[in-house]
Design a protein around this ligand. Structure first.
Ligand SMILES: [Zn+2]
Length: 388
């Protein structure tokens, strides 16, 4: 049986080890992954900026989610160079082809006054609150920080906006903007679960803010008690990472589409009618836009607004939750978002169907020959205004 010394010697002979100066040169090169395998309390006191942190004990189970490219150049380090030597050997066994271990580790790096910083970490309360996210290697602490840094704008605090806002707030999306110009009516409560009987007559944005802040005080709720129009939309959406569109009328959807193309902000679209709902993601110039999918609104008599049409109250709960899921995926860069796909739900059949939606090369808003987008109020045809 090998002693620890012998095992370490064998391990070091099986891996590539570099000194801190060589490691620093490698780290300068674009694409290099710095992998810190120390324990969380060591990492929290100081780390190489941009390092991926996976404690040695979780390395094998988490590395493929955090560093999917097996040919990525990886500089692995611990505090002194021993744990990283064993980590480098494991990475080689997992098929990682370009791994070096930094001799001397972070302690030598710091002694040589190379760059390091105290990483942003979650508080103990946040670690507890988001525990089930942290257990997912695809989210983890870095993903949770992304959510806390994210800004998502909800258009409407109604049927779709309610479940979307609740789940986004619960997930720890740090800034939630909500635009709505209505007040809470008792007839909303059948589906708009942000509100309750005590809030009837209150402004919807104020009611939403109370509910969301009570659910998660980490969330900064920014309210816009205005009508979304050509005069204010660019200012309102500016700076948001994702827009969740829960509006129920064509002129607003076209307005949102054109403004989001100009600002290059993805829109998570949702709509409901009676027992059916649909959701998709419009990623500006990457996938189709709303005008690619619906070039012209249907005649008014065929497009009743939500206020006029009946809807089963659970339905917006399902579609709004899908919108929240897609918004979170966009923030985290996770999975396959509904870009170029329309997900259609039928509550009576209890079925989901997915349809491909292509970019329209003739699209007047996002096509290659589209004119300059002018943000203006829309007439009933909702056609984009050409360049003036
Ligand atoms: Zn388009």
């Amino acid at each position: 049986m090998a002693s620890f010394r012998e095992l370490l010697k064998q391990t070091k002979s099986a891996i590539r080890e570099v000194d801190t100066a060589t490691a620093a040169e490698l780290i300068e090169q674009p694409g290099t992954v710095v992998l810190d395998v120390r324990e969380p309390d060591e990492y929290e006191q100081g780390a190489i900026p941009g390092a991926v942190h996976i404690a040695r004990g979780n390395l094998e189970s988490n590395i493929e989610a955090r560093v999917p490219d097996h040919d990525a150049r990886i500089v692995v380090h611990c505090a002194g160079g021993t744990r990283s030597a064993f980590a480098a050997k494991s990475l080689g066994e997992l098929g990682y082809t370009d791994v070096v271990s930094m001799a001397g580790g972070f302690n030598k790096w710091k002694d040589e006054q190379r760059p390091w910083a105290t990483p942003r970490t979650l508080s103990a309360e946040q670690r507890n609150r988001y525990h089930r996210h942290l257990l997912l290697p695809e989210v983890g602490e870095a993903g949770q920080q992304k959510l806390l840094d994210a800004k998502v704008l909800l258009l409407g605090a109604g049927g779709l906006g309610s479940p979307a806002a609740l789940y986004l707030a619960a997930a720890g999306v740090g800034t939630l903007g909500i635009i709505d110009m209505d007040e809470v009516d008792a007839s909303n409560l059948q589906r708009q679960i942000l509100h309750n009987v005590d809030r009837v007559g209150e402004r919807k944005v104020d009611s939403a803010k109370k509910t969301l802040t009570a659910l998660n005080p980490d969330v900064n709720v920014v309210t816009y008690d205005v009508r979304l129009g050509a005069d204010n939309i660019l200012n309102i959406i500016d700076g948001y990472d994702v827009i969740v569109d829960g509006t129920d009328n064509f002129p607003t959807r076209y307005l949102v589409n054109d403004a989001s193309l100009l600002k290059r902000i993805p829109v998570v679209h949702g709509s409901i009618f009676r027992f059916e709902g649909q959701a998709t993601v419009f990623a500006p110039y990457e996938g189709p836009c709303y005008r690619c999918m619906i070039p012209e609104p249907p005649p008014a008599e065929l497009a009743p607004s939500c206020a006029e049409a009946g809807v089963l109250g659970v339905l917006p709960g399902i579609i709004g939750s899908i919108q929240a899921m897609e918004a979170i995926k966009l923030v985290l860069g996770l999975g396959d978002p509904l870009i170029g796909r329309l997900l259609a739900y039928d509550a009576e059949e209890e079925s989901f169907r997915s349809f491909k939606v292509n970019r329209d090369p003739e699209c007047p808003a996002c096509g290659p020959n589209a004119g300059e987008i002018v943000i203006a109020e829309y007439d009933e045809l909702c056609m984009p205004h050409g360049a003036h």
